[in-house]
Design a protein around this ligand. Sequence first.
Ligand SMILES: NC(=O)c1ccc[n+]([C@@H]2O[C@H](COP(=O)([O-])OP(=O)(O)OC[C@H]3O[C@@H](n4cnc5c(N)ncnc54)[C@H](O)[C@@H]3O)[C@@H](O)[C@H]2O)c1
Length: 253
Amino acid sequence: MGRLAGKAAFVTGAASGLGRAIARLFAAEGARVALADTDSAGGQALAAELGERALFLAHDVSEEAAWIANLGAAAAAFGRLDILVNNAGIGPTGTIEKLSLEDWRRVHRVNLDGVFLGCKHALPHLRAAGGGAIINMSSVAGLIGTPTLFAYGSSKAAVRQLTKSVALHCAARGDGIRCNSIHPAFIATPMVDRMVATARAPAEARQALADQVPLGRLGEAEEVARLALYLAGDESRFVTGAEFVIDGGLTAR
Ligand SMILES: NC(=O)c1ccc[n+]([C@@H]2O[C@H](COP(=O)([O-])OP(=O)(O)OC[C@H]3O[C@@H](n4cnc5c(N)ncnc54)[C@H](O)[C@@H]3O)[C@@H](O)[C@H]2O)c1
């Protein structure tokens, strides 16, 4: 028996990086997993790898109609929905003076509106399953200032706050739904690859990230997936409205 046996999960941004690692681990632990992403090729490849446990859904987290349709499709396919992982996100760089209004709005549409819509429309499905867990992927950028990731940090800080309000709303209703946020830093995924690729010397830029981390390296997607697994399952049944930093000690300084 896996740690998520009998449960069904909906994971956004499941075609790459952290979302893919989370979906793989959840499926290995017995869950059925809806893989929701705008990247159809990546999502379908993972669905083929995971077999009958997985279902790919073409999904843009910033579109309300997509949420309503795809959460309904997942719940119908699996007969229930117990877990939502709001993981999809984008991270364009830019200081307050360089960032355009359009980029500011684009980041918040995906990173913040997407989490709002996911929580809002998943709640009735989780309630129908008798309770459940929502995991929102924030960032250390939601906890500390990030001058070169200005809009990203703002969107991730709002996700931290939204998470606590959803948690308290559900606790007050006594409906058995918990909501927590994860705050990673410098995990080796395509997002970080793209970020260092824009530097003049990408290898040095990657090493500079690792040098900032007290544990001396980038994190692995699997390490974040292990934390998501804990928050998704019944082992964390007394945990809600909490923020979980996974950053190799970066923000302890
Ligand atoms: N990698 C890190 O160091 C790190 C650190 C802190 C937080 N995060 C957060 O973790 C999450 C996952 O990041 P990652 O590093 O795996 O990035 P990634 O770029 O490897 O994967 C992101 C996935 O989200 C999908 N996506 C993007 N926009 C979407 C949309 N509108 N609708 C649906 N899917 C969409 C992409 O297609 C991709 O598959 C993000 O929210 C990111 O901000 C990552």
